[in-house]
Design a protein around this ligand. Structure first.
Ligand code: IPE
Ligand code: IPE
Ligand code: MG
Length: 248
């Protein structure tokens, strides 16, 4: 549906939170006889268009998977190139975030990233923390299992300090110790490039997310593809364990 715009109606609400697995940069480059890093460069450029589209559609939270806790195992040159692309993308987009009043947040263990990246991240986070209408979340050195391990460690310390009763732990206590504390669960989770797996992404938060897979590689995924995914989401019936009749 070219040039369609995602519309918010009472029956078909716009997703409040969309999470995307930006996959396929390497294959995009390979098909063109280019080095993988050119695919990452093109993929990084694409992010701007998708953030603009999210604003246009009225999506409040957009979470992008940029680097997984497993991506460290890629060739050293590729990891280094990704880190340097990350730093420049953050620096180049700073003005944009401030002008458009978008809050920038990260999930994942950012402390393990190179110092210069950490500085760029902290600087953008603090420059945008007063904005509360739209949030862009970047998942960096993120993996659901790693996030859960860190949450369990925090909760264990709270219990040892007598701040939480181990016999009364509820989902709320776990949720508020995940990296996504304060961020609503994703309504829609999109993965590009044709792979149909979660790859350790938001596994607890996506318990009731609508999943959308497209064969399009991330560097080719544009505004109209995004609008198509949102329209498909709007046609889904979210049942949360109820019967279809109960929802009527
Ligand atoms: C996604 O593209 C970007 C990152 C994981 C950083 P890939 O690099 O995974 O691209 P493919 O899957 O090899 O095509
Ligand atoms: C997931 O993609 C991570 C990101 C998009 C950042 P991968 O390409 O790393 O996932 P797998 O290896 O195909 O599962
Ligand atoms: Mg991949």
């Amino acid at each position: 549906m070219p040039n369609s715009s995602a519309k918010n109606t009472q029956d078909n609400p716009i997703p409040q939170h969309v999470a995307i697995i930006m996959d396929g940069n390497g294959r995009w480059a390979k098909e063109r006889g280019l080095p993988r890093i050119d695919g990452h460069r093109q993929g990084a450029k694409q992010i701007h268009q998708i953030i603009e589209a999210a604003n246009e559609f009225g999506i409040k939270f957009l979470t992008l998977y940029a680097f997984s806790s497993e991506n460290w195992n890629r060739p050293k040159e590729e990891v280094e190139a990704l880190m340097s692309l990350l730093s420049s993308a953050i620096r180049e987009n700073k003005k944009n975030f401030i002008e458009n009043e978008i809050r920038f947040r990260t999930i994942g263990d950012v402390s393990a990233l190179p110092k210069s990246c950490v500085n760029d991240i902290v600087s953008l986070e603090s420059a945008t923390k007063r904005f509360d209408k739209r949030t862009l979340v970047l998942a960096l050195n993120y993996g659901s299992r790693d996030e859960l391990v860190r949450a369990v460690s925090k909760i264990t310390h709270l219990a040892l300090d007598g701040k939480i009763n181990p016999n009364k732990i509820a989902w709320k206590n776990i949720a508020e110790n995940l990296d996504t504390a304060g961020i609503p669960d994703p309504d829609l989770l999109i993965r590009t490039s044709g792979e149909m797996r979660l790859s350790n992404y938001l596994m607890l938060q996506a318990a009731y997310s609508e999943l959308y897979f497209t064969k399009t590689y991330w560097p080719d995924f544009g505004r109209d593809d995004f609008a198509k995914a949102v329209a498909e989401y709007q046609r889904r019936e979210r049942r949360y364990g109820l019967t279809g009749d109960q929802l009527k």
